[in-house]
Design a protein around this ligand. Structure first.
Ligand code: NAD
Length: 494
């Protein structure tokens, strides 16, 4: 339809927006307050839709529905196989509606339509199917207790799970959390980011079509300090899983501590180092490090934002990287020839430009970019700073935009020390043909994911999460399922 026409180069297309209300207990409903908020199209800054705005009362309603579905509903009681079957049905429906879904995220978040269709939606579908397959493989252990009792562990769903997501990957973030929660037999209250609420509401609709019972998935768009905080401080929410900034992660732990000590898992910010060694193929290094920072306009927690290049190839790397940045086409994300769309909103746009000013003031050398691109919308040129020092703000703080900080190094020890000189520890990249270097650096770098001669290689089976202030707990893999399960030891006298 429209999206396909746009992909063929048909200009600015706005998808049809069908769902703008809260989804509670299987119904689309208005907010108790009657309030709504605007979500904007970052290509133009214009209003895309008015979405019902959840506040505390709405979160309460959603938690009541989720609690009822958990305590008395079918979902936690049906067989894992049956849950998996319904999850797979939802995955089928997503595949059927992939074009529309990619267009929704495209217009709401400024994401490339083409990549939405070939990466975001299929990866979310894969995530759902991975955990659908796990739903009937959840089991405990048998124990021999104190030599004379027989024991076993039961793995039980943890209960009502609050899910709070960021705006950079609206679809992936939703399914990263919802899929294992559903497989475990939990019920969920999801608060999508206020910048990008539309696809989550669509998924709620598809879940109902798939036959997932009412109350199992509730979606309450709204703002962090109101709807988000109502979830994290709720006395009847058993666990919160969050992806977002380190600052809000801290707020969420505090809210848990002050309320019912709900379990918390946090996937937070990053400032990931990309380490390129003298023996690397420079063209490959440029290609990977360009993707690592400019993919999804740099709005990605694992962005390779600190690039360390060894001195022997530094000059060649710089020349080629600047050329690559200049050729990275900024434009309408619905145009199939575009490499990079607009930043998600005005706040983010201004934040990135502010960091570019800081970089200049701190004395880094601006090699390319550094300005808005075009005269409307929130587009920014791919930007590269050289001569960056570890203690500069642009080397320490997460910019979450298309800004690369480039640094030269001499020895392996030096780059390990510099790479670890960060409060974050989400990911790291290594480019070398030398196996000793690859192994040594992989083991020494403090990061939850290390990519060697690749970047952004993801799989539902590979645990994902942070060291240090990038958070704790893991998404993906069988490990992530445990976040949604309680373990009960049952001990029986023989
Ligand atoms: P953010 O922390 O501002 O917001 C994330 C979510 O938290 C939103 O839904 C927001 O409404 C909600 N929120 C805000 N205040 C809240 C509060 N007081 N209580 C409860 N919820 C609240 O982050 P953002 O700007 O949307 O996203 C960018 C950040 O997310 C970056 O730091 C990025 O690194 C991080 N991120 C991390 C990962 C990861 O997997 N580690 C992935 C993507 C993004």
């Amino acid at each position: 339809g429209k999206a396909a026409a746009a992909a063929a180069g048909g200009g600015l297309v706005v998808p049809e927006i069908r769902f703008t209300k809260l989804f509670i207990n299987g119904e689309f409903v208005d907010a108790v307050s009657g309030k709504s908020f605007e979500t904007r199209d970052p290509r133009t800054g214009e209003v895309l839709a008015h979405v019902a705005e959840a506040d505390k009362d709405d979160v309460d309603r959603a938690v009541v529905a989720a609690r009822e579905a958990f305590e008395h509903g079918k979902w936690p009681r049906m067989s894992g196989y049956e849950r998996g079957r319904l999850m797979n049905k939802l995955a089928d429906l997503m595949e059927e509606h992939a074009d529309e879904l990619a267009a929704l995220d495209g217009a709401d978040a400024g994401k490339l339509l083409l990549l939405g269709k070939i990466i975001d939606i299929p990866s979310a579908v894969q995530m759902l199917r991975y955990y659908a397959g796990a739903a009937d493989k959840i089991h405990g252990e048998s124990l021999r207790v104190a030599g004379k009792y027989q024991g076993y562990t039961l793995k039980e769903p943890i209960g009502v799970v609050g899910i709070i997501t960021p705006w950079n990957f609206p679809t992936m973030m939703f399914f990263l959390k919802v899929s294992p929660a559903l497989a475990a037999g939990c019920t969920v209250v999801v608060k999508p980011a206020e910048q990008t609420p539309l696809s989550a509401l669509y998924y709620a609709h598809l879940a109902k079509l798939a036959g997932i019972p009412d109350g199992v998935i509730n979606v309450v768009p709204g703002f962090g300090p109101t709807a988000g905080a109502a979830i994290t401080s709720h006395m009847d929410v058993d666990s919160v899983t969050f992806t977002g900034s380190t600052e809000i992660g801290r707020t969420i732990m505090e809210a848990s501590a002050r309320s019912n000590l709900k379990m918390v898992s946090l996937e937070l910010g990053g400032k990931s180092p990309m380490m390129i060694f003298d023996d690397a193929d420079v063209d490959m290094a440029v290609n990977l490090s360009k993707l690592a920072i400019f993919y999804n306009k740099g709005e990605i927690c694992v962005a390779g934002s600190r690039v360390y290049v060894q001195e022997g190839i530094y000059d060649e790397y710089v020349k080629k990287a600047v050329e690559a940045a200049k050729n990275w086409k900024v434009g309408d994300p619905f145009d199939a020839t575009t490499n990079m769309g607009p930043q998600v909103d005005k706040v983010q746009f201004e934040r990135v430009l502010k960091y570019i000013e800081i970089g200049k003031r701190e004395g880094a050398t601006l090699l390319t970019g550094g300005k808005p691109a075009g005269d409307k919308g929130y587009y920014i040129e791919p930007t590269i700073f050289a001569d960056v020092k570890e203690d500069m703000q642009i080397a320490q703080e997460e910019i979450f935009g298309p800004v690369m900080s480039l640094m030269k190094f001499k020895t392996v020890d030096e780059v390990i020390q510099k790479a670890n000189c960060s409060k974050y520890g989400l990911a790291a990249g290594i480019i070398t043909k030398n196996l000793d270097i690859a192994n040594r650096v992989s083991r020494s770098v403090k990061a939850g994911t290390v990519w060697v001669n690749c970047y952004f290689a993801f799989d539902p089976d590979a645990p994902f999460g942070g060291y240090k202030m990038s958070g704790f707990g893991r998404d993906q893999g069988m490990l992530a399922l445990d976040k949604y399960l309680q373990v009960k030891s049952v001990i029986t006298a023989l």
